[in-house]
Design a protein. Structure first.
Lengths: 227, 291
């Protein structure tokens, strides 16, 4: 317990990095995932093929390999996105952080895509047919009939994807990003006596983050639920 | 030209002549962008010296493929141990969650929720240091143990939920009928519910195998010499992380593809006899003959 209190600043800072990764990667995952989903449900066969191939590739590759590919492979091509500025807040946004975050986002995008696609596909065909037969245009069908229902069906799987992403941010520890799991390993190594306290403490930290996402999803779901 | 996704999606109608023309233009634009992107990547690779022959000379020389093969074996070993242990633990936890006794149900539920919420890597690190502290085995064995135990606990918790859903999906009349002819609780579960639920579970177990196989890569963090760790050494040896990790990704995709094919095949086989009531035609004939 003492160790947790003694290093509270370092631990909170480490979770800060985890949160930053989660937020940035989440934005990447949602935007790129939506684009992939659009490709996969869209009318262009080539787009569908590319979307399918992307999802298949990413789903069958370990996140760690993608992170290593980014963090150690891309610098060999002269790509090194380093956003560290002086010794202020931005010191932790080094190229490892950027690469790990990008890899996490692009990896999660495949799962976001699948969540969105299954949401759209879960709407019965009759809904769109009915909308069109009462004379709605494509845009009206999409905006007034399909998307509101798809949104409802998508919240849970989307939340699951984001929760998995939050937990997956721990993989960045392997490529040397000083986020929560990295800090946990370091502290555990230095203070072997506090093994259990450190594990429970860090596990609780992750549970808070996961719980937060689950709570937002739950609230959102209640708000859009049909009576 | 076949109309794209006729009836496959709710978003658009089968295209008319004008829409087809539009789609064709989109296809061409998309193809040009795609080819440009691939060309740019290849050029970048070339500029970065990734296609130099010394990389590939080294890749196909010496003991590189022995090391890769060794890594694959280690990965498969951890994955196999992990999934078997996970199925056992998952089954136990599912039984616990379905128990009529509060004192069994509540801890089982707590364990499932805990192990699903904690990152696998955190769990693995914890188990590894625990093993080191009690000096269980030598370090590399501790690594394997931590990896397998982590995979077991995390995937066991995930599978427990799958198993529970599978057992709950068996129609209520089945267990009621079993109770009516005097089966005990354990008999109802083991003789009636579980055999029927296995049908729902098998494809899920194989899908989980893909997850387990991917997650064995985390073993490299606790010095277990699996494929990714082997690839790290090979990356240094051939002088290209890019080629080494791309090859690593390809190997994982190949292994997982085999598993996915197996899952699809099983799924097709299983869904051929949907639900419980649909008894295969041969079985009915068989029954008729006996009569």
């Amino acid at each position: 317990m003492d160790v947790l209190w003694e290093f509270r600043k370092a631990i909170l800072e480490a979770f800060g990095v985890t949160v930053e990764m989660t937020v940035f990667a989440g934005v990447i995952a949602l935007v790129f995932g939506a684009f992939l989903a659009a490709l996969r449900v869209g009318p262009i066969p080539l787009g569908r093929a590319v979307g399918t191939a992307y999802v298949y590739t990413v789903r069958n590759t370990p996140l760690l390999v993608i992170m290593l590919l980014f963090a150690f492979g891309l610098p060999q091509l002269g790509i090194r996105p380093d956003f560290t500025v002086g010794d202020g807040v931005l010191t932790r946004w080094n190229s490892f952080f950027t690469f790990a975050t990008a890899a996490l986002g692009l990896y999660t995008a495949a799962f976001v895509c699948e969540a969105l696609r299954s949401g759209i596909n879960s709407i019965p065909l009759g809904q769109a047919e009915a909308a069109r037969s009462v004379g709605m245009t494509f845009t009206q069908t999409l905006r007034n009939v399909i998307l509101p229902q798809a949104f409802r069906a998508v919240i849970q799987p989307l939340a699951s994807a984001l929760i998995a992403m939050t937990k997956n941010s721990s993989v960045a520890a392997v490529v040397g990003v000083t986020e929560a799991t990295f800090q946990m390993r370091k502290l555990t190594n230095d203070h072997q006596g506090a093994l259990f306290a450190l594990f429970i403490g860090f596990a609780l930290g992750y549970m808070v983050l996961v719980g937060l996402i689950a709570f937002v999803a739950h609230t959102l779901e209640r708000r859009v639920r049909v009576a | 030209m076949t109309s794209p996704a006729l009836g496959a999606t709710v978003l658009f109608d089968a295209p008319g002549p004008r829409a087809q023309l539009r789609y064709r233009i989109y296809t061409i634009v998309f193809a040009v962008v795609l080819v440009g992107l691939v060309a740019w990547i290849l050029k970048k690779f070339n500029d970065g010296g990734q296609f130099e022959s010394r990389i590939f000379d080294r890749l196909f020389a010496g003991n590189v493929w022995n090391a890769i093969f060794d890594g694959i074996l280690k990965t498969l070993e951890a994955a196999a141990l992990g999934i078997i242990a996970a199925v056992v633990v998952g089954f136990a936890l599912a039984m616990g969650r379905l128990s009529d006794h509060r004192w069994v149900r509540v801890p089982a539920t707590a364990l499932v929720e805990f192990f699903r919420a904690v990152p696998l890597l955190l769990l693995i690190v914890f188990i590894f240091y625990f093993m080191e502290r009690v000096r269980a085995f030598e370090t590399s064995t501790n690594g394997l143990f931590a990896l397998v135990a982590g995979l077991m606990l995390y995937n066991g918790a995930v599978l427990a939920e799958v198993f529970r859903a599978g057992i709950n999906a068996v129609p209520k009349g089945q267990s009621e009928a079993a109770y009516a002819i005097g089966f005990r609780k354990t008999q109802v579960m083991m003789v009636v519910l579980v055999p029927q639920a296995v049908r729902f579970m098998l494809p899920a177990i194989i899908s989980q195998c893909v997850v387990v196989l991917k997650d064995t890569s985390l073993g490299s963090f606790v010095v277990y010499p699996e494929l990714v760790r082997a690839m790290k050494a090979i990356a240094t040896f051939i002088g290209s992380s890019l080629i080494a990790y791309l090859l690593c990704a390809l190997l994982f995709i190949a292994m997982n593809s085999v598993l996915s094919l197996l899952a699809q095949w099983l799924h097709r086989r299983m869904s051929r006899s949907p639900k419980v009531i649909a008894v295969p035609a041969e079985a009915i004939e068989e029954a008729a003959r006996v009569e």
